[in-house]
Design a protein. Sequence first.
Length: 64
Amino acid sequence: MAQSGLTVRFTGEDGNVFHLMALVGKALERNGYKKEADELAERLWEQPDYSSALALFGEYVNIV
């Protein structure tokens, strides 16, 4: 997927990967990217570690 151009702030958030996934997924859904949010949720389970999960989020949104 080409990045959506949306920005999601992780600064000050709980670093739990599922919490971060919820932030990214909700941002995508609120902005008309429901299909991409579903795809991201599915792909998250394939990530072997936390760093890979963060990189995956970066494929969909800008992270600050």
